[in-house]
Design a protein around this ligand. Sequence first.
Ligand code: NDP
Ligand code: GDP
Length: 326
Amino acid sequence: MANALITGILGQDGPYLAKLLLEKNYKVYGMIRRYSTPQFDNLDYLGITNKIEYIEGDLTDDASLLNIIKNVRPQEVYNLAAQSFVGSSWEQAKLTTEINAVGVLNLLSAIKLFSPTSKFYQASTSEMFGLGNDNGYQDENTPFHPRSPYGISKVYAHWMTVNFRESYGMFACSGILFNHESPIRGIQFVTRKISDGVAKIKVGLAKDLLLGDLEPKRDWGFAGDYVEAMYKMLQQEKPEDFVVATGETHTVKEFVELAFKTAGIDNWQSYVKSDPRFKRPAEVPHLQGKSDKAQKALGWKPKTPFPDLVKMMVEADIKRYQDKNK
Ligand code: NDP
Ligand code: GDP
């Protein structure tokens, strides 16, 4: 039986990836931090909480990683753990760097020492491109120009992954994923904040929705589709880096309009209020990925159109509130 270690198992992507690997008969180890009360809600949502073996560890604690890698010797390691919220990365720049940059060095070093044949996946991000774009889109050849401590930390981790591959011949890949969302997306991210806010307005629990800049454009896909690309990258003969994206881009405003429409609420303008607290010190105005390499080499394709994604998220949040009231 193949085995895999997933860091960040309690987040959004961890549960979708774990579900995919369980369906392929993997034994899945999930690394979690030490909590008073761990939150298994996202794994519960996908019905797989009891199918995973949990191990305590933290990306910033290198001894914990050395122990895990030594004891498990996973065939595949998916490093999804991160301080993943761009907005908080200015206020907690050092912590973001310790987890997202140095943490990845810690993990790669542990693998090199105790399990050098493990295949390694690093969760890189379109935030690394930031202002960089070629004719309006970004692909594997686009230069990085990150705009936040988050983006910068991920550039370090990206190059460290490439460097372990080039220096030590390790099977280390980096998936440069554009924004991907789902009903279990973290509540601070704009898509989920919108779907949750619309649901609250729909059931009468809120009167307005406070947002920052509505003009930035993002290439939003469905997390369930994107974890398939992660898996496929580690099944290749050679380790390589891939951009994973839908190729479509939409403004935050378009997401808002469609979310309200999906909930059957007219006139979104009367509910959405601008709040400067949610504006960024430096913005990434336009992300639009070109995933031709992944489509050709991995046979991967995004399956979920933008309107279906918005609908899935809004309906799930409305259902959550309706179920609570039963
Ligand atoms: P989430 O924020 O939902 O999940 C991240 C997980 O990392 C959380 O479960 C968190 O644990 C864990 N974590 C944080 N710090 C540490 C630490 N020091 N040690 C161990 N675990 C830690 O992120 P997503 O699932 O959305 O994203 C997965 C990865 O993909 C992240 O690396 C993210 O940066 C990257 N990415 C995501 C994109 C997206 O659109 N979703 C786009 C591109 C890249 P806890 O529950 O304890 O907080
Ligand atoms: P990001 O692309 O990783 O930063 O993902 P987010 O979902 O956090 O933000 C996407 C875009 O939405 C960014 O350009 C934000 O500036 C913009 N945005 C506008 N209002 C908000 C808000 O209230 N919360 C968040 N998180 N983002 C917002």
